[in-house]
Design a protein around this ligand. Structure first.
Ligand code: AMP
Ligand code: GLY
Length: 427
């Protein structure tokens, strides 16, 4: 079967790696892909957000199945165009992608179907947002409603900062995403990224991971798209997974179906695990990046079979198999990230890094220039390792990082610290 994968990040490199191993695959195209994906796939200069362009390509190249990696094409409605053209695809409709595209939409769904989340209000003007804020007694979080590439969340320390956040949203700091604002209660606890696959009716858990959002060691500095992750997430015990499925995931899938907008794809729940159990922070309607990289290291089942089952309504019959290993990934970013990253610096030592046992280096933002690999984005490499313990996976990942010769980049040196603390206590 011919497959087109939309996207260019480390998430898509990991998906391409697993798709390319499928016995069902004839040809893999990646649009636009990156300097690492070209070893398994033909990278094509297609704009995933331009559905007409994607459709024309599918027809010319006899593409049987489209896997949509990032959120922007989903929210723009690429899946709907493919449905109308009867081309199989992995990724939800525009209506179902509202779970990621509008934070207020998700909060209203939670209210309608009694899904545990923080108390909230939705606002389209400064005065009513500030009047709501004045009535709150606890800490709040201020969010731009729409897609803001992970930047539209303000966690204020003071009331004055909360007011400034409201002003920033309505004054256009986040563009159209900030035309509506959600103010919600600050949730206490430990965060986890939880994944579930649904074909609109049936739903199955697809693993958990923990991300590291801040740019600096010790969870300090600016927020990023994610500086590293590991899976499994120790906080997601079997009991916590069962509660998350019962209290959050199943009611969401049932609620979306009841509304006539069934969710088909991967539901990525950002959870806060508190003393009273799991609460939803937000939904994404795609795999996490870098969470996907660690999930793909642990998945034993054939990925193409799994994604096709989602597209064809066979999730109920899926038999998922996972490795017992821990997987851990360290993101190497270009100097300047998460501000303006320096582009074009040369990366050496990738072959040496790949020789470390259990290690796989995914490219997230690279281009090839002849034999040279150059940085071409903010997050550039995901140095990923398997191990029997977090400690072993972490040691292997950093051993590989240390073989990479790239003065133009940096990484956190403490990925996995939270899980490592737990592991140490158990010994
Ligand atoms: P988001 O872009 O919605 O994932 O938010 C970015 C980060 O802000 C999350 O990963 C959390 O660390 C934090 N955050 C968002 N909403 C809340 C909340 N209601 N309570 C506590 N932390 C939050
Ligand atoms: N790593 C978080 C995300 O993909 O949104």
């Amino acid at each position: 079967m011919n497959v087109l994968l939309i996207g260019s990040g480390g998430r898509e490199h990991a998906l391409a790696w697993r798709l390319s191993a499928s016995p069902m695959l004839s040809k893999l195209y990646c649009a636009p892909g990156n300097g690492g994906m070209s070893q398994y796939a033909e990278c094509v200069a297609l704009n995933g957000e331009n559905a007409a362009e994607v459709l024309a390509f599918c027809r010319t190249k006899a593409v049987d199945f489209v896997v949509i990696g990032p959120e922007a094409p989903l929210v723009a409605g690429l899946a709907d165009v493919l449905t109308a053209a009867q081309i199989k695809h992995f990724g939800p409709s525009k209506a179902a992608a509202q779970l990621e595209g509008s934070k207020g939409f998700t909060k209203d769904l939670c209210r309608e179907f009694s899904i545990p989340t923080g108390a909230y209000g939705r606002f389209t003007d400064k005065a009513s947002a500030k009047a709501y804020l004045a009535k709150q007694t606890g800490r709040v979080v201020v969010k731009a409603d729409g897609l803001a590439a992970g930047k539209g969340v303000i966690i204020p320390e003071t009331r004055a900062e909360a007011e400034a956040g409201i002003d920033a949203c309505f004054d256009g700091t986040f563009g159209a995403a900030g035309a509506e604002v959600v103010i919600e209660a600050f949730l206490e606890g430990e965060e986890a990224s939880f994944f579930a696959l649904s074909d609109g009716v049936a739903v199955v858990a697809f693993g958990a991971a923990q991300d590291h959002k801040r740019v600096g060691d010790g969870d300090t500095g600016l927020n990023t798209g994610g500086m590293g992750a590991y899976s499994p997430a120790p906080v997601m015990t079997d009991a916590m997974v069962a509660r998350t499925m019962d209290e959050i995931i199943r009611p969401t899938v049932a609620g979306m179906a009841k509304r006539g907008t069934p969710f088909r794809g991967v539901l990525f729940a950002g959870l806060m695990i508190g003393t009273d159990g799991p609460r939803l922070i937000e939904y994404n309607t795609r795999f996490g990046d870098p969470e996907c990289q660690v999930l793909m290291m642990r998945l034993k089942s054939d990925l193409l079979t799994v994604l096709l089952a989602v597209a064809e309504g066979r999730v109920g019959a899926l038999d998922l198999r996972w490795s017992d290993d821990v997987a851990l990934t360290v993101v190497m970013a270009a100097n300047g990230y998460p501000g303006t990253p320096q582009k074009g610096t040369e990366i050496k030592g990738l072959e040496a890094a790949a020789t470390v046992e259990g290690v796989h280096v995914f490219h997230a933002g690279t281009v090839r220039d002849g034999d040279r690999v150059l940085a071409n984005g903010g997050r550039v490499l995901n140095v990923t390792a398997r191990g029997q313990t977090v400690k072993e996976a972490q040691a292997r990942a950093y051993a590989a990082v240390d073989k990479i010769d790239w003065p133009g980049g940096f990484c956190r040196r403490d990925i996995g610290w939270r899980a490592l603390t737990r592991e140490d206590k158990q010994v």
